[in-house]
Design a protein around this ligand. Structure first.
Ligand code: ITT
Length: 184
C-alpha cells in the first residue's frame, strides 16, 4: 500500500516512513499546496487541510500538524509552534522558562487522512519535560529541549527508531497504519 504525505519537512517524512514501513506501507512525499488555517488546535488544522485535499480528489493523502504544549505557559506555543520556532527559537523558549519549576510539556501530533472522500484524524501525544539546556543534534525543531517522561535524554539524542517508538508522531502514524490495514 502507498500513501502520500503533504509536507515540506524532510524529518517528518523520514519519521513517518520509518513507522509505516513496519506495516509495509510506503510513503511518498507530495508537493501540494497545503491549506494553512489558523485554529486553536492541531487536530482542526490537519483536518481542514485534509478536507481541502479530499475536495481536490487527493485520495490517501495525509497531512500532519504537530506542536509543543508547555503547561506552565498555558499550552504555548501549541498550534503556533512553527512560527515560534522560527521567531523565538529554542533560546526564546528557554528564556520564557527561566526559573520556572514546572517544566512539564507534551508534543501532540494530528495526522489527518483523506480516504475515499472523507477525513479521519489520528492523534498521538508524548509527555515529557523541557530541558534546562539544549542537548543532542538529531531530529528537528524543539527536539534538543524535550526530554520524554521516564528518560533522561532528549529527542535529539535519540535515533530515528528510538524517537519513533515513543513520539507523538510515531503514535499517531501507528494509529493511522492500524486503521489503514483494517479498512483499506
Ligand atoms: P509541514 O510542511 O508538514 O507543515 P512543519 O515543519 O511546518 O511541516 P508543523 O507545522 O507540524 O510542521 O510543526 C510545527 C513546529 O513544531 C515545527 O516547526 C517544529 O518546530 C515543532 N515540532 C513539530 N514536531 C516536532 C518534533 O517531533 N520534534 C521537535 N519539534 C517539533
Amino acid at each position: 500500500m502507498r500513501i502520500y504525505l503533504a509536507t515540506s519537512n524532510k524529518h517528518k517524512l523520514a519519521e513517518a516512513r520509518h513507522v509505516l514501513s513496519k506495516y509495509s506501507i510506503e510513503v511518498e512525499q507530495k508537493q501540494v499546496k497545503k491549506l494553512e488555517v489558523q485554529a486553536d488546535d492541531v487536530e482542526r488544522i490537519a483536518e481542514e487541510a485534509a478536507k481541502r485535499l479530499c475536495e481536490q480528489g487527493e485520495d490517501l493523502t495525509v497531512v500532519e500538524d504537530a506542536g509543543l504544549y508547555i503547561n506552565a505557559l498555558n499550552g504555548f506555543p501549541g498550534p503556533y509552534s512553527e512560527y515560534v520556532y522560527k521567531t523565538l527559537g529554542i533560546p526564546g523558549i528557554l528564556k520564557l522558562m527561566d526559573g520556572v519549576a514546572d517544566r512539564s510539556a507534551y508534543f501532540k501530533s494530528a495526522v489527518a487522512v483523506c480516504a475515499g472522500s472523507s477525513v479521519r484524524v489520528f492523534v498521538g501525544i508524548a509527555e515529557g519535560n523541557i530541558a534546562e539546556e539544549p542537548r543532542g543534534s538529531g531530529g528537528f525543531g524543539f527536539d534538543p529541549i524535550f526530554i520524554p517522561l521516564g528518560l533522561n535524554k532528549t529527542f535529539a539524542e535519540m535515533t530515528l527508531e528510538e524517537k519513533g517508538e515513543i513520539s507523538h508522531r510515531g503514535r499517531a502514524f501507528k494509529a493511522l497504519a492500524e486503521w489503514l490495514k483494517k479498512y483499506k
